[in-house]
Design a protein around this ligand. Structure first.
Ligand code: NIG
Ligand code: FE
Length: 416
């Protein structure tokens, strides 16, 4: 057997799963994280070719390159199923307003928030937007992310939404990240239009144009008081579906807005945020294939209550964890930190949080056949940690940078 790359003497090879048809891990199954001690993983042609205990390393193997991972753990790369990482500029001036007591909604009402980001993005050329966004893409690669969903939503005109989606697609070509894109025209209503006119533009212009250029994989709506109602959300989601864009929604962030119900009714792949859910929403989710996704970075940054992860897991639901990387409510795409927050603030165990940020987010992006676990035939997307004592040390040491080597599509990535 020939490997292009062999990682050997691994202290703990985490998230090893057999070949098969992966479904989201739910309820009790989320607590199991399979780890091989004293292991190896062999990579050939960008894919995982073999793994196991060192004692099982096939005799007569050859390897072009060998990395010794003594004392270190190997994990599959994080899959971040919810980001807005294409944006023009940061918004730390709003951060200061928030420190002084303003709420997210107050800032949005006074022309800050999403409209502030849209004004800046409309001024920027596609190439400049790519350049600034690539910095963030390289940053998350170095933090262990291998696949990412990127939304539009700061253009709010057909021209600028498509510009964002083109930049997102180009990030998938210019880096080793696997990128899925989502049209989020319905992120806010632009100042210059009535809501009815803007919804018509999304349905009759934006969605067909994005589909025509094959720029979007999914459709998203910010279902929230002051933004889009559940009925408007369903209308836009159904319009996306007619063009092959499956819904994934912003739901129940600031209020019990009916977003979860709209998501389940329209067959959304995921409903994300969920700071404000109760029994009714959990009941809806239980009778659906929609994956609930928590974005602990946003709840942390805005000082909101966190999604009731324990109640959802104990109800037998799957739970995914993503970063929501964006300039307004979650200015970090660091999935290690998201896993820590899931443990610290949502009382998930390290095993549950790691499953939520790998297998379950891969399912939420329909990438479960290629990503999310150490499985023969999957893409060789993984990271080697610095020497650490245990799996739990990753979320425990929440401020440390514990990733030593990143490997994407079988290649060691040089830090930029
Ligand atoms: O997911 N909630 C809506 N959208 C983003 C925030 C966008 C912004 O403030 O720029 C979010 O939190
Ligand atoms: Fe978001």
């Amino acid at each position: 057997m020939h490997f292009d790359l062999l990682i050997q003497n691994i202290k703990g090879l985490a998230q090893v799963r057999p070949f098969g048809t992966p479904t989201p891990l739910r309820g009790e199954t989320m607590s199991q994280l399979p780890v091989i001690t004293d292991g190896f993983v062999g990579i050939a042609e960008g894919k995982i070719a073999a793994f196991g205990k060192m004692a099982e390393l096939p005799s007569g193997y050859s390897a072009q390159k060998v990395i010794d991972a003594r004392g270190c753990f190997v994990f599959p790369s994080w899959v971040d199923s919810h980001t807005h990482l294409v944006f023009a500029a940061s918004r730390e001036e709003e951060f200061i307003l928030k420190i002084k007591g303003a709420t997210y909604e107050e800032i949005a009402l006074h022309g800050g928030g999403i409209l502030n980001s849209a004004a800046k993005l409309r001024q920027m050329s596609e190439d400049d937007l790519l350049e600034t966004s690539l910095t963030r893409a390289h940053e998350i690669i170095n933090q262990g992310t291998g696949a990412v969903e990127i939304k539009s939503g700061y253009g709010l005109t057909t021209r600028d939404e498509l510009k964002m989606l083109r930049v997102a697609r180009r990030i998938g070509k210019e880096t080793s990240l696997t990128v899925k894109t989502t049209l989020l025209g319905a992120h806010a209503v632009p100042k210059e239009k009535s809501k009815a006119d803007y919804i018509a533009e999304i349905i009759y212009e934006m969605i067909p144009a994005a589909a025509e250029e094959k720029l979007a994989d999914y459709i998203d709506v910010f279902c929230e008081q002051g933004f889009f109602t559940p009925d408007e959300t369903a209308q836009i989601a159904e319009a996306g579906k007619r063009y092959g864009l499956k819904p994934r929604l912003h739901a129940n962030q600031l209020h019990r807005s009916g977003g979860v119900q709209a998501g389940v009714k329209t067959g959304a792949i995921s409903v994300d945020h969920l700071e404000n859910v109760g029994e009714e929403e959990i009941h809806y989710l239980k009778n659906s294939a929609t994956i609930p996704t928590a974005l602990p970075g946003a709840a942390f940054f805005l000082g909101l209550s966190f999604p009731p992860a324990r109640t959802m897991i104990e109800a037998g639901l799957p739970l995914a964890i993503a970063s929501d990387y964006n300039p307004g409510s979650a200015p970090s795409g660091n999935m290690n930190l998201m896993v820590s927050l899931a443990c610290i603030k949502m009382k998930m165990t390290p095993e549950e949080a790691i499953n939520a940020a790998t297998v379950n987010t891969a399912c939420a992006l329909e990438l479960q056949h290629a990503l999310g676990s150490i499985t023969i035939g999957k893409l060789a997307n993984l990271f080697i940690t610095k020497p650490i004592p245990s799996v739990a040390f990753i979320p425990y040491a929440y401020g440390s940078s514990l990733i030593d080597t990143v490997i994407l599509k079988g290649k060691v990535i040089q830090v930029k």
